[in-house]
Design a binder for this molecule. Sequence first.
Ligand SMILES: *[C@@H]1O[C@H](CO)[C@@H](O)[C@H](O)[C@H]1NC(C)=O
Ligand SMILES: *[C@@H]1O[C@H](CO)[C@@H](O)[C@H](O)[C@H]1NC(C)=O
Ligand SMILES: *[C@@H]1O[C@H](CO)[C@@H](O)[C@H](O)[C@H]1NC(C)=O
Ligand SMILES: *[C@@H]1O[C@H](CO)[C@@H](O)[C@H](O)[C@H]1NC(C)=O
Ligand SMILES: *[C@@H]1O[C@H](CO)[C@@H](O)[C@H](O)[C@H]1NC(C)=O
Ligand SMILES: *[C@@H]1O[C@H](CO)[C@@H](O)[C@H](O)[C@H]1NC(C)=O
Ligand SMILES: *[C@@H]1O[C@H](CO)[C@@H](O)[C@H](O)[C@H]1NC(C)=O
Ligand SMILES: *[C@@H]1O[C@H](CO)[C@@H](O)[C@H](O)[C@H]1NC(C)=O
Ligand SMILES: *[C@@H]1O[C@H](CO)[C@@H](O)[C@H](O)[C@H]1NC(C)=O
Ligand SMILES: *[C@@H]1O[C@H](CO)[C@@H](O)[C@H](O)[C@H]1NC(C)=O
Length: 828
Amino acid sequence: MGTLQFHRVLISLFPLVFLLCLSSLQFISAYTVPDKYFINCGSDSNFTVSGRVFVGESSLSFSFPKQSSTEKDTNQSSPTSVYQTARIFGRQFSYEFSISSSGYYAVRLHFFAFSSSSSNLSTAIFNVSVPNFLLLQNFNASDSSKSALVEEFFLRIHTGKFIITFSPLESSFAFVNAIELFILPNYFIPNETRYVSVGGQGNNYVGILSLVLKRTYRINVGGDAVTSDSDDLWRTWELDDPYLHNREDARTSSSDSNLNYQGGDESVGPLATRYTAPNTVYLTAKKSSSSNLTWGFPVEKNSIHLLRIHFCDLESTSLNVTFFNLLIHKNFTRMINSIDVSTRLPTPFYYDFVVDSDDYGHVNITVAPDASAPIPNAFLNGLEMLQIVDPSDSVPGYEAEDKQNHLAVVLGSAIGASVLICIGVVGFLIWHLKFRKPDEKKAENSDWGSVPNGGGSSHSRLSEVPNINLGLKLSFHELQHATNNFDARKIIGKGGFGNVYMGVLKNGVRVAVKRSEPGSTQGPTEFQTEIMVLSKIRHRHLVSLIGYCDERSEMILVYEYMEKGTLKDHLYNSKFPRMSWRQRLEVCIGAARGLHYLHKGSKGGIIHRDVKPTNILLDENHVAKVADFGLSRSGPLDQQPYVSTGVKGTFGYLDPEYFRTQQLTEKSDVYSFGVVLLEVLCARPAIDPSLPRDQVNLADWGNLCMKKGMLEEIIDSSIKGKIDINSLRKYGETIGKCLQDDGSDRPSMGDVLWDLEYALQLQRGAIRREPHEDSSSGASQSIQLPNVRRLPSLSALSEVDDNSIVRDDETDSEAGLIFSQLNIDDAR
Ligand SMILES: *[C@@H]1O[C@H](CO)[C@@H](O)[C@H](O)[C@H]1NC(C)=O
Ligand SMILES: *[C@@H]1O[C@H](CO)[C@@H](O)[C@H](O)[C@H]1NC(C)=O
Ligand SMILES: *[C@@H]1O[C@H](CO)[C@@H](O)[C@H](O)[C@H]1NC(C)=O
Ligand SMILES: *[C@@H]1O[C@H](CO)[C@@H](O)[C@H](O)[C@H]1NC(C)=O
Ligand SMILES: *[C@@H]1O[C@H](CO)[C@@H](O)[C@H](O)[C@H]1NC(C)=O
Ligand SMILES: *[C@@H]1O[C@H](CO)[C@@H](O)[C@H](O)[C@H]1NC(C)=O
Ligand SMILES: *[C@@H]1O[C@H](CO)[C@@H](O)[C@H](O)[C@H]1NC(C)=O
Ligand SMILES: *[C@@H]1O[C@H](CO)[C@@H](O)[C@H](O)[C@H]1NC(C)=O
Ligand SMILES: *[C@@H]1O[C@H](CO)[C@@H](O)[C@H](O)[C@H]1NC(C)=O
Ligand SMILES: *[C@@H]1O[C@H](CO)[C@@H](O)[C@H](O)[C@H]1NC(C)=O
């Protein structure tokens, strides 16, 4: 199929795919996150609530101190069963979590103060803290004897160890029924925003992300209360009625239109994404055409809140006919008009402010119709207030903590991974049984040559694709504008294909614009392949395609902008600081996750074919993403290796077996990745012609050194001596396996990922030794981490049916893909 024809198909199918997506949106609750912990405290059994499996403590092998016990509510009328049990602490105790991705997280603590024969949980008084912050002070849950109390916090957590500490007051005790900890979507909370005080407006409030936010109000205006089932991030939204001053003036407004979400992955408001709030919040509102409507929220005196106000014009049929004023504290006014943010209706959007409370402890919000508007109307769809919690001097930070005092529980990532698998599989099965519709099978079954926007054909994948990426086609004009007419000063990369420019789209999203030059190595085939592959898949560790342009015989691809450049830069460019061993491992783990997803996550598997450090990019948080899919191949469904007509790839990284047989398998990527691992360790290029002959090819040289047991000799001098020897050994073994001559002797990408994570654990010192070894370190030294071992079931399973079980951050959606494939096979 020629490029033109392909695009025509893409465009003609678009409305269909789009409608299919919209009609299925309501069923999606597949926010998939890398690190998540849902714990059913005080219980040995798992319990599922709204798609989350709260795992019993016994499956997590916590070792609780003697002063801790469990309680069970014998009164049958508890609201749900995570609230039937509680973990009780007679003295200070910390839950410890292992975090593999830095980011902004949600922490939810569930309290339900039931009474049992031995204790009355209403009488507990305690503090809850995390490093540097006191979350709850002299807290008692007596309000929760009728219905559960859920305290929710947002905070930044860095890779490594994270603890939540419960400190009972003298002669009292602490308890908790359930704990949630999961990462929020990128750019969910802004780092700085407009500061509005009672006395008028001030400058921006900066550094929000360094503080903790505590939910005080979350309101769905004009609609029903929203439960955690209907929210992708399991939030609850309450009714606005109790807060509305002049209820008689308000009319409710609701709609069942399709919302035009226009917020992108990387934009910080005002355009909402699907995760900003559930559809139901934007689809209902309260409005008035003549009176001002005011909502008042009692808050702590002298407190400061992040105020997020949600709008969506559900009634206007054209833009700029309805606009009105938003007032905060009657002294700050802002005009609200959809035309300022969008060209389409109804588009959900929101504004963030930081507000202080008035002298009486109130925050008052007013919407005031503007009589000069063609159709005067003022409305409000939703509102959130998150109290800003400052660091507390009385709480130790990450460094100062005293290990002896914490009877800590290490939740190793290995355990986490097995938990994730179960959560994903169980969650998916439930979803699958409940919602799968027959017409999707058809869509899944079609060859993706004819459904290029494959992301639209499956719920699980769609849920990863914000709407901005469904409209992939961009005009040449817009790209000219974005790159200042392809200004040479905006060039951030050059290659055989042409230049890569840094650009800014109209919506403020920063992008990398790759423009092929006529006669370049990137021909129409690569262009088409890349659009097909990238519009089909989305993953945290794969660079996202934002759009493409094929006007005027241009071939332009627009990607998310990767601020920190390529892995190659970080290895060789002196402008970048040398990466530590841990950072290097984290980058490799990220790239391995991306490749593993390519291989196992999509129908039939995708082979990258050009794995090398220039194709591994880092975003501003140093999250590694695999890029450049121009050469990639989709493996056929029957798992037969793909036989190519010409060997492609980059010399130095090329799988020798593929070179010999021209048979391409996923194991070719594993080989190339092995070379990358070696390069990361040694910081020398894969091919260096200036060296003695036996050293020119890094893979050969590395293999030789490893055989002689002198891998340590060739380590990059900037990290030499800083690597834990066990971590190095594991890493070296992994390289050795990847570089096996025979593809079948090489591990799968999933196994490589597993090994790298293990090497990272060893570097962190979380594990002292390999389980089968019994050498120097005494048992007393090793922190209990019972489940850290290679789970034989993982590789065994993948050998049985090649539907490898997933153990990375896209659990839900990968499970989804795997199962949809099984389904197709069944259907044949
Ligand atoms: C059991 O629950 C009901 C309803 O919540 C409550 O009225 C009753 O007091 C509870 N009994 C005990 C022993 O807590
Ligand atoms: C539990 O303690 C609270 C507060 O002290 C008290 O109001 C309540 O009656 C107690 N419940 C039982 C069942 O003793
Ligand atoms: C429990 O907390 C509430 C506020 O949430 C407070 O009014 C009450 O006095 C507290 N009870 C005790 C015994 O501290
Ligand atoms: C709880 O927090 C307050 C305020 O920081 C502190 O004064 C108190 O000692 C803490 N209580 C415990 C038991 O840690
Ligand atoms: C409103 O803000 C102005 C300054 O911006 C201030 O002078 C005035 O006192 C404020 N009014 C009220 C009611 O706080
Ligand atoms: C947020 O802003 C503060 C203050 O400008 C800065 O120190 C911090 O690095 C920023 N955090 C993020 C995640 O951008
Ligand atoms: C919106 O309409 C107002 C008058 O109602 C006009 O002054 C303004 O220029 C219009 N804005 C745009 C962007 O068209
Ligand atoms: C906010 O509303 C409350 C009533 O809910 C009122 O007492 C207070 O004066 C209002 N504050 C301002 C600044 O308008
Ligand atoms: C409604 O708000 C506007 C500010 O936009 C104000 O001028 C007007 O006086 C208010 N009306 C009432 C009845 O409070
Ligand atoms: C609970 O889930 C965990 C992990 O998801 C699993 O290992 C364990 O067997 C489950 N326990 C029960 C009782 O189902």
